[in-house]
Every structure is written in structure tokens, then in C-alpha cells.
Design a protein around this ligand. Structure first.
Ligand SMILES: Cc1cc2nc3c(=O)[nH]c(=O)nc-3n(C[C@H](O)[C@H](O)[C@H](O)COP(=O)(O)OP(=O)(O)OC[C@H]3O[C@@H](n4cnc5c(N)ncnc54)[C@H](O)[C@@H]3O)c2cc1C
Ligand code: SF4
Length: 565
């Protein structure tokens, strides 16, 4: 028998990451009593290690196999290391299954307050109407039920608070935002930007990143120490744990419920409305219930989808809010397994050891299949590049020993240019997640997901083009030894941008959420993470996830104010 909290809340928000932090902040600041339920444990500045040297760690950050013993999937994520691996889920306790011939890498499952925003790459780009209305452009899939102008004011709100540094470029495919001053480009990057514009007319810009270049809200400007994925004691990158969640708690209206694995959404059989959630205490393993007027799922797309499936009841046998049958379908992730590398032999740099280390790269704005470019024959949609150029790094791989080696690693080095594509993956019904048909459960007895996803012909054709255009641009900048790369066996999940499993739409027969992220079937149940994406575009998703969450929260507040909820 589950214990029920004596306290009734107005709203339960499940998940304290990018989306949940915003929902909790906005609701609590409006005077609403919020329970912020997260399966992670609280943590703060004392657990951050961005200034810790690897030689002070037990295994010098050189024992990946040790981490793999408990985190065989999480360790595939570049950000999971000896410094922070216990922030990540233990894969043995929290498994999932896939078909034998369709690997899916569900990495980036964080189990600390702030979720993925603790370790994210912070690249922050707006979507444009080329993305929101992609079907109208090329006939494939579905348009979103919103357009750019609906979301633009919410992008403004998010950018101003989060602090996005970047450069306005006036390019339709990547709308400009409310930017803090941009970080500087290196010589190699400036040369690359100039040559690529001259030769191809394509725009290379400095990465738009959630790292402060000027202080706001008591947070300091970034001092370029580099490894943001290990935390930041000056709070200079955006992590919901020390921004939105902290703001929500400061109001006195938000109660944090950590270590709480949400199992299912509870509903009232008479009214059909959501009444609360059942969760399992990760520490005591006791089942507990918490009640509220409305429930908001922000647990990350696949996790929220799992909760909805596990909330099936006799009125919703296929999962809660799944009368359309599309819950779990249209799973998307970016493909990011093609690019190129080259050397700029004439741009040599003296070697530096240690910081400054700009926590950001450059970005090449989408130029394929736009409204003004010619349509590609082999694929629809497009891609952007993330990368960088620079030099002056010590060559730790230089051969030799002792004094000769020390001299060799400090020899002046040429600059390099590197690009990696992030491409749009098409929304396909067959890419999906369901509850594991074999009945597998996690360490808390909660049924786990079975995830089935592959890349298709469109993605493979796009990857080839990515490798070719990366090489041609790097060559145009005067690089030698240019090598393009493409991994034909790219595994979905590597992009760590899963979205789309409870998509938005105007028709309840073909979508789970309405244009405000409320489920069509259960009026007082919202899903505000990336589940609602109709298409993934090629831009990193989190800025859009946050803007959608703010818009949806304002809608929920209005529904509560008018008594509809
Ligand atoms: C290494 C890495 C780099 C990335 N780089 C970028 C980037 O550069 N740009 C970009 O746009 N995006 C990036 N992302 C993706 C970005 O972090 C996510 O898109 C974003 O954080 C998603 O927000 P969310 O609110 O949906 O989920 P999260 O931020 O992950 O928050 C979900 C929260 O829900 C909690 N939770 C999960 N399940 C349950 C449950 N059953 N019960 C209770 N709580 C639960 C988790 O503990 C977590 O705190 C990156 C991700 C990773 C891992
Ligand atoms: S690089 Fe900047 S944002 Fe990242 S940890 Fe260092 S100071 Fe913080």
C-alpha cells in the first residue's frame, strides 16, 4: 500500500532538468504550490570538479573499463568520466532492451537534480519556420501545430534568463536571438568563416552557447576553464540545478522531492482527470503517492513516455493519453557521425598548457534544401556543422622519453580545422519505444522500455553529403591532409537528443499533445519535454524544449486561473 503525502499540491512537475526547471520556476513564481519530483539526488557546488586535476583522482581518469562495469551504456557518453560518473544512472539497475539487430544507445541518463543540464554541451539554436512547417516545404511528415512567431517571445524569455552568447547573422534558417556578447573566434576559425562565405556563400558563426560572457542574476561570466560537464562553481553555464530550480525553491512555493522514481500517473476513474503520481523512493524502495490538481511530465522524452505507458489502466489500456496509438512512435535523434578534419600548415601556434580553454566551438548554418537553395536529389531536410579550429596544443603523443619528450610535446604546432555534422533524422512511425514485452523491470520493480530505432536511407544519403561538404569547406580554407569521415554503422542515441515520442498536433487521432503540450485525452496532464517534437530539425533541441515548456506553463496557469483545470 503506497503512503500518500498529506499535503495536496496545485501541480506536480516530474523532472528537474531543462524543461522541468522552467515549469517549476514559472509556476512557483506565479504563487502556485509545486511538488518537483525527481529521481535524482540533490547536489551542488561541493560536487563540482571543474578545477580538479586528473592526477588527484584515484584512477587518474584513465580507467574507463571500471566505469563500464556499472555504466556500460552511460560510459559511451563523452561527458561520463571518473569525475562525475556517479551522476549518471547505473545501467545495471536501470536497463532497457532493444531488438538484437537494432542497437540504441540511451546515454545521458542523469540521476542528480538538474538532469542532463549538468553535463550538456550548451549549444543553443532556435528553430525557424523551415523546421516548424517542414511538410509544407517538402511534403514529408507533418507540420508542427505552431509557427515561429508563436514561440519567438518564449525564446526571448529563455535566452535572456539562461544567458546565450552568440553573434546575430541575419540568416533565415537560424533566427537570431537575445544574445550576450559572442565568444571570439580563433585565427583558423576566422579564416574559415571568411573563405567559406567567399567561396560558397555559407555562414559560419561562433557557437551560440549557454555560457555567460557577462554576469547575470548573481552568476559570473565564464572564465574559460573548459570542462563544464564537471559542474561550475561560478554558475557560468546554464544548469537548471542552480538556476531555474533554485529560483523555484526560493519562492517557498516549490517542494523538492528527490530520489523519487515516478512510476505512473494516477487518474480518477469518474472524471478521467490526473490526480497525482505514484513513485518509488529510490532509497527506501517504498511506494509513495503525491496528489495535485495537475500533473506535468518533464522527465526527458523517453522517460516521460515510459511513465505514460506504465500509467495504463482499464480506461487507457494502451497507455495513458494514447487514444491515438502514436505514443512512443516517431522517436528521433540527430545523426552526428560524419564530418572532416584538416591541417592549416601555415598557421603555426606556440604551445600552451592548461587554460584558457573556450568552452565552445563554431557553427555552420544549414545550407541544404532551404527555401532559397536548390533541392538535393538524394535527401530531404538539412544539417548544420559544429566544430572548431585552433592550435597550440601540446603533442602528448610525441614519441620519446624524459627531456627529449618534454621538448617534443612543446614544439610549435600547426592549426587544425574540424567539423562534425548534426543532421535531421526523419520522423518515422516504425522508430518507437514500448514497454518491454518480456516483462523486464528495473531495480525498483518498474517496467522498462524496449527501444527500436534505425537510421534510414535519407539519413545515410545525408551523411555522405555531410562528409563531402565538410571536406570541401575545410579545403577551401587552405587546409592540407583533409580527411572526411562517416560511420555507416552510426547507432541512434549517440546524438543524445531523443525527441518525438508524444508528438504535438491538432488532430487527437494522430497526436498525443495539443499545441500547448497538454494531452488531448487528459486535460490536466501536460508533457513539456522533447516528447512533443513533430520533427527534430537539425538544431540542438534544448532551447526549443525550454521555450515550449515556458509557453505550455503559461497555458496551464491560464487554465488554472479560469478554473478550467
Ligand atoms: C553530454 C550531453 C550533451 C548535450 N549537449 C547538448 C547541446 O549542446 N545542446 C542541446 O540543445 N542539448 C544538448 N543535450 C541534450 C539536453 O541535455 C537535453 O535535450 C535536455 O536536458 C532535455 O531536457 P529535459 O527536461 O527533457 O530532460 P533532462 O534535462 O534530462 O531532465 C529530466 C529529469 O527527469 C528526471 N527523471 C527521469 N526519469 C524520471 C522518473 N521516472 N521519475 C522522476 N524523475 C525522473 C531526471 O533525473 C532528470 O533530472 C546534451 C545532452 C548530453 C547528455
Ligand atoms: S568553462 Fe566557464 S562555464 Fe565552463 S566550468 Fe569553466 S567557468 Fe564554468
Amino acid at each position: 500500500m503506497a503512503q500518500t503525502s498529506a499535503r495536496a499540491f496545485d501541480v506536480i512537475v516530474v523532472g528537474s532538468g531543462a524543461s522541468g526547471g522552467w515549469a517549476a520556476k514559472r509556476l512557483a513564481e506565479a504563487g502556485v504550490e509545486v511538488a518537483l519530483v525527481d529521481c535524482g539526488r540533490p547536489h551542488g557546488d561541493e560536487t563540482f570538479s571543474e578545477h580538479t586535476s586528473s592526477f588527484s583522482l584515484k584512477y587518474r581518469d584513465r580507467a574507463p573499463d571500471l566505469i563500464k562495469r556499472t555504466r556500460p551504456v552511460q560510459k559511451d557518453c563523452y561527458a561520463c568520466m571518473e569525475y562525475n560518473y556517479d551522476w549518471f544512472a547505473n545501467d545495471l539497475q536501470e536497463p532497457y532492451t532493444t531488438p538484437a539487430d537494432k542497437p540504441f544507445s540511451w546515454q545521458g541518463r542523469l540521476r542528480v537534480i538538474g538532469g542532463r543540464t549538468n553535463v550538456w554541451g550548451r549549444q543553443s539554436y532556435r528553430l525557424s519556420d523551415l523546421d516548424f512547417k517542414a511538410k509544407s516545404h517538402d511534403g514529408y511528415g507533418d507540420d508542427w501545430p505552431i509557427e515561429y512567431k508563436d514561440l519567438a517571445p518564449y525564446y526571448d524569455i529563455v535566452e535572456e534568463y539562461v544567458g546565450i552568447s552568440g553573434q546575430a547573422e541575419g540568416v533565415d534558417e537560424l533566427p537570431d536571438g537575445q544574445f550576450q556578447p559572442p565568444m571570439a573566434m580563433s585565427c583558423a576559425e576566422t579564416l574559415f568563416r571568411t573563405r567559406v562565405k567567399e567561396k560558397f556563400g555559407r555562414t559560419v558563426t561562433i557557437g551560440r552557447t549557454a555560457n555567460l560572457t557577462k554576469p547575470i542574476n548573481g552568476r559570473q561570466a565564464c572564465h574559460y576553464c573548459g570542462p563544464c560537464e564537471r559542474g561550475c562553481q561560478t554558475h557560468s553555464y546554464f544548469n537548471s540545478a542552480f538556476t531555474t530550480v533554485a529560483d523555484a525553491i526560493k519562492t517557498g512555493k516549490c517542494t523538492l522531492v528527490p530520489n523519487a522514481m515516478a512510476y505512473k500517473v494516477l487518474t480518477d476513474p469518474q472524471s478521467g482527470k490526473a490526480t497525482g503520481i505514484l513513485y518509488i523512493d529510490r532509497v527506501t524502495r517504498e511506494p509513495k503517492e503525491v496528489r495535485a490538481r495537475a500533473v506535468v511530465l518533464c522527465a526527458q522524452a523517453l522517460e516521460s513516455t515510459r511513465i505514460l505507458f506504465n500509467s495504463a489502466n482499464k480506461d487507457h489500456e494502451a497507455g495513458l493519453a494514447n487514444s491515438s496509438g502514436v505514443l512512443g512512435h516517431y522517436l528521433m535523434d540527430h545523426h552526428s557521425s560524419a564530418g572532416a578534419f584538416g591541417i592549416l600548415p601555415t598557421l603555426t601556434r606556440p604551445v600552451k598548457i592548461g587554460p584558457p580553454d573556450r568552452p565552445n566551438g563554431i557553427y555552420v548554418i544549414r545550407f541544404r534544401n532551404t527555401k532559397t537553395s536548390e533541392q538535393q536529389k538524394d535527401f530531404i531536410r538539412g544539417y548544420g556543422f559544429q566544430g572548431g579550429g585552433g592550435g597550440g596544443y601540446p603533442n602528448f603523443w610525441a614519441p620519446g622519453f624524459g627531456a627529449a619528450w618534454k621538448k617534443a610535446i612543446l614544439a610549435a604546432s600547426p592549426s587544425y580545422l574540424q567539423l562534425g555534422g548534426f543532421g535531421e533524422t526523419l520522423a518515422r512511425f516504425e522508430n518507437h519505444a514500448v514497454i518491454d514485452p518480456q516483462g523486464k523491470v528495473d531495480a525498483w520493480g518498474i517496467p522498462v522500455l524496449h527501444v527500436s530505432m534505425t537510421f534510414g536511407d535519407n539519413e545515410r544519403a545525408m551523411m555522405k553529403d555531410i562528409a563531402a561538404t565538410a571536406a570541401e569547406m575545410i579545403e577551401a580554407a587552405g587546409a592540407t591532409n583533409v580527411q572526411s569521415n562517416m560511420d555507416a554503422n552510426a547507432v541512434p542515441g549517440w546524438g543524445i537528443h531523443e525527441v518525438g515520442t508524444a508528438r504535438m498536433g491538432t488532430d487527437p487521432k494522430t497526436s498525443v499533445l495539443n499545441a500547448f503540450c497538454a494531452t488531448h485525452d487528459v486535460k490536466n496532464l501536460y508533457v513539456m519535454d522533447g516528447s512533443g517534437f513533430v520533427s527534430i530539425a537539425c538544431q540542438n533541441p534544448t532551447l526549443t524544449i525550454m521555450a515550449l515548456a515556458v509557453r505550455a506553463t503559461d497555458h496551464l496557469l491560464e487554465e488554472m486561473r479560469t478554473g478550467t483545470i
